[in-house]
Design a protein around this ligand. Structure first.
Ligand SMILES: [Zn+2]
Length: 60
């Protein structure tokens, strides 16, 4: 997918973005634009969250 310049213009990455902001930015970015894949650090964080959710669900 080519660069979606309009989306990038409307969604600048915040300066000193928190991990949470970066995760959200990259998820929105992946939907809107395919200029680069999700960075490994973001994929790892999504995996970590998925696992934490599964752990929380199996607790009780
Ligand atoms: Zn892009």
């Amino acid at each position: 997918m080519p660069l979606n310049a309009a989306w990038h213009h409307a969604h600048p990455m915040p300066e000193r973005a928190t991990l949470d902001q970066r995760v959200r930015w990259h998820l929105e970015h992946a939907e809107a634009c395919g200029c680069r894949p999700l960075p490994k650090s973001i994929v790892a964080e999504l995996e970590r969250r998925k696992k934490a959710e599964a752990d929380a669900a199996s607790r009780d």
